[in-house]
Design a binder for this molecule. Structure first.
Ligand SMILES: Cc1cc2nc3c(=O)[nH]c(=O)nc-3n(C[C@H](O)[C@H](O)[C@H](O)COP(=O)(O)O)c2cc1C
Length: 209
């Protein structure tokens, strides 16, 4: 199959959405936890999380356009400046998926999908207790993407929780040991298998292929 730019534009809406959402490959499965200024918690599955730099430790994710549809995650982050990002473990992919349903502002997805709020130190944003690897962040920058009205929210990591048994002395984290899920498109969840690890690539040290 070869699709031109014009073919893509003429595709039926849902089919186009499914195709274009899948072609970048496996995306990370994360739940963003927030709390409004009045104390209402919220949880949303997000597949667009990306690492932007390690020093300072910056993580970004793409927020869908906030125009007509209420985006509780966005409102809460704007109100409080803090949020958590929690890996989705294979054991709760179904619950994680259903956080994407349109709940009212006063309904918490934590209750609706039966995941548990957890708090560390002074961070007011809720973590997901069932999640193995999780972090809290402070919003440091918001980048508007003019072409389609999406927003990149950039946060600096404040707290990072990693199980000791999945991290090596050099800081490598084995995601297959963690049983963190991956996402394709907007509906399909995958398990991850560690295939191999290679040293830093130098052209003077190429192996035999
Ligand atoms: C697999 C999957 C991935 C998603 N990824 C994103 C994303 O990266 N950014 C986004 O804004 N919404 C994403 N969504 C949609 C949000 O989960 C959804 O809009 C959610 O209801 C937002 O909730 P809120 O209004 O409580 O903030 C995704 C949905 C699914 C099912």
């Amino acid at each position: 199959m070869l699709l031109t730019n014009q073919d893509i534009k003429e595709l039926e809406k849902v089919k186009r959405l499914n195709i274009i959402n899948s072609i970048t490959g496996i995306k990370p499965a994360n739940l963003v936890g927030t709390k409004s200024a009045s104390g209402q918690t919220n949880l949303a599955i997000i597949s667009s999380v990306v690492h932007l730099g390690s020093n300072p430790a910056l993580i970004g994710f793409i927020m869908r356009p906030t125009g007509t549809v209420p985006r509780h995650t966005y409102e809460n982050i704007k109100e409080t400046g803090v949020y958590t990002i929690n890996h989705v473990h294979e054991s709760f992919i179904k619950q994680a998926h259903y956080t994407s349903a349109k709940f009212d502002r006063e309904e918490s997805e934590f209750n609706a999908v039966k995941l548990t709020e957890e708090y560390f130190d002074s961070c007011t944003a809720p973590f997901v207790k069932e999640s193995q690897l999780k972090m809290s962040l402070s919003l440091v920058e918001e980048v508007s993407i003019k072409i389609n009205g999406t927003i990149m929210l950039i946060g600096e990591i404040q707290q990072l929780i990693i199980p000791d048994e999945v991290i090596t002395e050099e800081g490598h984290i084995d995601l297959s040991k963690l049983k963190t899920a991956g996402i394709s498109g907007l509906n399909s969840y995958y398990g991850l298998t560690h295939l191999d690890t290679f040293p830093y690539a130098r052209k003077e040290e190429l192996p035999d292929f």
